[in-house]
Write a protein that binds this ligand. Sequence first.
Ligand code: SF4
Length: 276
Amino acid sequence: MDLQQFQDTEFPVPTELQSNVAITSLSKLYNWGRRNSMWPMLFGLACCAIEMIATASSRFDLSRFGMEVMRATPRQADLMIVSGTVTKKMIVPIVRLYNQMPEPKYVLAMGACASGGGPFKEGYNVVSGIDKYIPVDVYVPGCPPTPQALLYGLIALQKKIDGQSLANMDDVPWYGVGPSEPTPVPILGPDIIDPRQMHIIRQQAERAAQGLPAGVRELPAIPQPEKKKVPAKTGQGAAAADGEMDPAKAERLRKREAALARKRAREAAKKQQGEG
Ligand code: SF4
């Protein structure tokens, strides 16, 4: 163990003792223990999970971070790596698993899908970001992120832990009074329902029952261009000059009828000359 990382400049230790003695704060020691023994939960959702598995292989070696022990139960895990597309069907067990993890716990959203829906964001069955349901500590962008990117995200998480202090209750809320509140588990029906939004859903249902615009995603009506009325005409062109007809088409019909009338007049004149 390298004691240099614990040395506090406020309390200098003589150089000859620095390899054996360190004066440090309890927070620093506590954070050191947590950051180097983070156990991720063993689960993957889609293609990003393959990159996460590769990160654990010998080429990249998660053991350097004390993270090689992927646990198959949330009760022994400190870190949830959400790696892949989160469907509405899967968000329910994900939140349940998150609630079963003991504090302190962290969440890393790996890839575009877990961070914001990714290429399937508009899909009817896809959640547009895991952070809509559980708090995320680190986002790793990419589709998929490389193992190096995931390692960078894990280092960012370690830095975040280094910055936490036992003296600040906002950093360590799990030492507060009483048990922490679980995150409400979404309900899967015809669509996913977040119990935290129940009052909004109720309001929308009441508005819909009254025939008022109810949905937040309801689009305003598209304004239709006014139809121009073609002035009515007498004679042969009258039928073509119907007010409901496209003006260009009405003009074409009028010209054709005029040409037909001229042709009939020429034919009638020829016939008369022949009889004479
Ligand atoms: S971000 Fe890309 S690679 Fe990762 S799960 Fe989504 S589609 Fe697959």
